[in-house]
Design a protein around this ligand. Sequence first.
Ligand code: PEP
Ligand code: MG
Length: 576
Amino acid sequence: MQQIRGIGASPGLAAAKAYRMRTGERATPGRTTVEDAEQEVERLRKAVSQAGTELERIRTATEEKLGTHKAEIFEGHLMILDDPEWMDVIVGKINDEAVNAEYAVHEVSQTFIDMLMGMDDELLRERAVDIRDVSGRVMSHLQGRPHRDLSSLTEPCILIAEDLTPSDTAQLNLDVILGFVTEIGSRTSHSAIMARSLDIPAIVGVGQGIHGIEDGAVVVMDAVEGTVLVGPGEEELVAFRDKKRSYDIRKAELAALKDRPTQSADGVRVELAANIGKLEDVQKALDNGAEAIGLFRTEFLYMGRDSLPTEEEQFNSYKYVLEKMDGKPVVIRTLDIGGDKELPYLSLPKESNPFLGQRALRLCLSREDLFRTQLRALLRASRFGNLKIMFPMIAVVDELREAKRILEEEKRRLAEAGTPPDDRIEVGMMIEVPAAAVAADTFAGEVDFFSIGTNDLIQYTMAADRMNETVAYLYQPCHPAVLRLIRMVIQAAKQQGKWVGMCGEMAGDQTAIPLLLGMGLHEFSMSAGSILPARELIGRLSKAEWSMSAEEALTMRGQDEIQAFIQMKIRNGAYA
Ligand code: PEP
Ligand code: MG
C-alpha cells in the first residue's frame, strides 16, 4: 500500500480502479531509416484502418448520446483519413526517403497544419486542429498504444491524468468516473473549480506521486484530506467506508438548511450564491440552497465544441438559467477566455504569459464580434428573469467604459428593433486585478456592484501562478495584503452605495468567511457544495463581533497568525 498526497480540490470520497489517461501521444517521433519501405507502408495502412474503425465507433456513440451535430467533428476526422492528398504524401515520403511511418505521419501532418494555420479562413484553421487529432490517433496505433477515449469507459473508475483541461472536465461521464487525480494544478485551477461544481471528488497537484498509480490499481481517494491510497488493504477499506458513511450523514444534516435564509447570529442577512459553468449546475445550485447565481462562467458554453455558440444558442442558455432561478438574481459574466481556458477553434496566438495576456474582456474588446453576439443574447434573455451583467479582468476605467458603451449600443439597437431588453439590468465588474482593487473607489461610481475574484486577485497579488502546484503555498487568502485589498474594495463600494460580493473560491472558505462577514461582504458566491456548510457557519457568527475581530486580524503579520486567531476564536465559541 502506498499513500500519495495532493491538494484536495473538490471534497468527497471515492474508491475504484485507477484509469490512467494517456499522455505523450503527441511527442515528436524520431526519424529512423527502414529497410523495407513497403512493409512500413503496410504498417501505416493498418494503423489508419484501426483509427478508422475506432473513429466510426466514436462517431456512432456520439451521435446516439449527443446528437448529429456533435458527431460531425468525427465525420470530419474520417474524411481526413480517407483523403488521398494526406495519405499519398505520407506514403510517398516513406517510399522516397525510407523513413519510419511515425516520422512521415508527423512531418506531413505538421506541414499541412502549418499551412492551414496561416490561412485567414477560420474553417481552414479548424481543419488544422482536426489534422492534429487524426494524426495523433494514427500515431498511437502505430506505436501500439490505442487511443482510449473517455467516452468509451463503462466500468466505474478514478481518472488519473497529468492534467485535465476544463473542457476535458466538462465532458467527464459522471456515471462511471467517480473522481479524478492529477499531477499538476491547484485549488483554483479551472478543472478544480469545475470538479466542485460537478460535485465530483478531485485531488490535484500530486506531482511525481502520479507515477506510483498504475492503470487498474485499486485506489481510495479522500479529497477532503487530499490523500490517495494505492492498493489499500482490508483495514484501510473499512476505514474508508466508515469515513464515507459519516461524510454522507453530515451532508444529509446540512440539507435541512436548504430553504432557510442566511442570517448571522445577530440577525444580519447576507446572500449565499452559487458559481456555475454549465446549465446542469443550476439544479445543483438550487438543490444546495443557493439564493442566487453569483457567477455564471459563460466561457464553458464555448468549450467542448468546435465552433462558437450562436446568439440563439446563447440566448436559450441564459434564458434557461434565468427562468430556472425564477426571479432570483443571476450574475452572468461575459466571456473570460485565456489563461488556462483555451478555445482551440479560435486559433489565438500563443502567449508566453497567458494569465497576463489578452484574456477575458481584453480579448472581447479586440474581438467585438464575439462580444456583441454575447451581449445581444444576454440582453434578449434579460426579459426572463433578474439578470445582472458582469465584466471580468478590468484594470483601467477605460475598459469598463468601452464595455458599457458597446452594451448600451446593443441595448439601443434592440429597442429600435422593437425588442427592448429589461430596463433594470444591473452592470457590475469583477475586482480581480490588484490595480482595480487599490483604485476601487474610482470604479465604484460607474457600476452597480463589484464582485471580488480572489482566484485571480490572489495570484496577481502574490505573483504566484494559480496553475502551478509548486507555488500553491502562496495561494494565501488570509495574507494581510489580500485582506487589506478586500477591505478597501468593500469600503469603496459601500461608501458609494453599491453592493459587493465575492465569487472567488475564498468566498466558500470556512476560515475566511468570519472575516469577510465582519468586513461587511454582502454576497458570497461559491461552488454549490460549499453553500450549506457556509450557511451553518454564518448562523453561528456574530457580525458585530467579527467586525472588530477583522480589524484586529488586519494588524497581524501573516496568514498563519491570522488563521490561528480565527480558529482559536471559533473553537472557544467566542464568536456568537
Ligand atoms: C476569480 O478569478 O476569482 C474568478 C472568480 O474568476 P475565474 O476563477 O473564472 O478566473
Ligand atoms: Mg478570474
